[in-house]
Design a binder for this molecule. Structure first.
Ligand code: AMP
Length: 397
């Protein structure tokens, strides 16, 4: 079966066409600057990227261009649109309504729309992409795969904030968590690499990318994760602050004469390692600057690693132990300095890093702890598109 995986943002759209039997990517790419001018990037497996500047005023036109590229005589990956058997859509927020992926019907779309309040930047964009695909491919079954669904197993003690209960009752203010598709995929792969049943393990997944979160997976279920009502909570990220004293918002608003939404913008877009270092949100730039003696670039990375250490410690406590720690996403998969820095704090858990294995683990599945380490430590590349493809196939059959 061929599954088209779509991840639709407000002005961009990423796609992959995956053969679910071989799990091979047949073609992939993205549309950028939708509604502004428009640029299509398309790459058939084994061929070079093609870049086309073309007007795409709406998502429907962008998706039409993707479909045209997929069936193009010369570089198309399929003969005609009957080569797309199903579409899997990434949906950011499923609130409490969705604890699993689901087939998309008008009723489901209405329920997703009801979650728009919780993710005003993401869910409306996801819905626009879904609706455009349904118009262009009305007979193709489609699935919604939610970033939040995996974490719906969190217990109340983990998801409730210390706020007046009525905010939960009236507005569903609680912790939801994100990156669920990645945490689920990586924790399952980690169990395979450990050679033990998923349901028997206590796993901590560190998804360390531009967005970053840690998840405690106890016997196959997410029991806690560092992001909350929104992706702003938790770790220090590329540009997001992560946890801060909430009083800082009012303090900065007064000192800098900013509105609340301007302060939120600072916390989401101008903070994190970018704000701390003044250099970049990209860890490769930070590493280069640190190696040239930039102290703030060093501090930003050390503070990033320290926050991860605190969450791992908290989740080992929450699960009353940990068997496996897995690192994933851009930084987790590739940055051996950060992984070593983090794991150096866990001698008390009996963790021993295999320094050579850690240094060589870049974008591959690899054990990075020594055989006598009490906790198995791993680098595991995430693959959210493949996870969405698998979820879609499981629903479409
Ligand atoms: P992501 O959001 O998962 O794409 O991760 C982006 C972050 O991963 C950026 O800070 C990059 O610097 C970092 N990253 C991605 N690839 C590499 C690599 N090959 N080596 C080191 N860091 C990387």
């Amino acid at each position: 079966m061929n599954v088209l995986v779509i991840n639709c943002g407000s002005s961009s759209l990423k796609y992959q066409l995956i053969n679910s039997d071989s799990e091979e990517v047949l073609a992939k790419g993205l549309c950028e600057r939708i509604g502004i001018d428009g640029r299509l990037v398309y790459q058939k497996a084994g061929l070079d990227k093609e870049i086309t500047e073309a007007s795409m005023p709406t998502h429907k036109q962008a998706i039409q261009m993707v479909l045209d590229a997929l069936v193009n005589d010369k570089t198309g990956a399929i003969k005609d649109l009957s080569g797309i058997d199903a579409v899997g859509h990434r949906v950011v927020h499923g609130g409490e309504k969705f604890a699993a992926s689901t087939l998309l019907t008008e009723e489901v779309l209405a329920a997703i729309e009801e979650c728009n309040d919780l993710a005003p930047l993401h869910n409306p964009a996801n819905l626009i992409g879904i609706r455009a695909c349904r118009e262009l491919m009305p007979d193709v079954p489609m699935a919604g795969v939610f970033d939040t669904a995996f974490h719906q197993t969190m217990p109340e003690v983990a998801y409730m904030y210390g706020l007046p209960y009525e905010y939960y009752e009236k507005y569903k203010v609680r912790r939801y968590g994100f990156h669920g598709t990645s945490h689920s995929f990586v924790s399952k792969r980690a169990a395979e690499l450990a050679g033990k049943p998923y349901e028997d393990l206590k796993i901590i997944v560190c998804h360390l990318g531009n967005g970053a979160s840690v998840c405690a997976v106890d016997h196959g279920k997410s029991v806690d994760t560092s992001m909350g009502l929104t992706p702003l909570e938790g770790l220090i990220m590329g540009t997001r602050s992560g946890d801060v004293d909430p009083s800082i918002l009012e303090f900065i608003a007064q000192k800098e004469n900013l509105s609340l939404s301007e302060v939120m913008d600072v916390l989401n877009k101008k903070s994190g390692v970018a704000g701390m270092s003044g250099v970049s949100s990209d860890f490769r730039d930070l590493e280069a600057a640190m190696n040239e003696g930039n102290e703030r670039a060093k501090l930003a990375q050390e503070a990033f690693a320290y926050r991860v250490v605190k969450y791992i410690g908290a989740y080992a406590a929450a699960m009353n132990g940990v068997d496996v720690i897995a690192f994933t996403a851009g930084v987790g998969e590739n940055n051996d300095w950060i992984r070593a820095k983090i794991l150096a704090n866990f001698g008390y858990l009996g963790i021993h890093l295999d320094e050579e294995a850690n240094r060589s683990a870049r974008g591959i599945d690899q054990v990075i702890s020594t055989p006598d380490s009490k906790v198995l430590c791993l680098a595991v590349p995430t693959n959210e598109e493949l996870a969405i493809c698998r979820e879609t196939v499981a629903l479409v059959g």
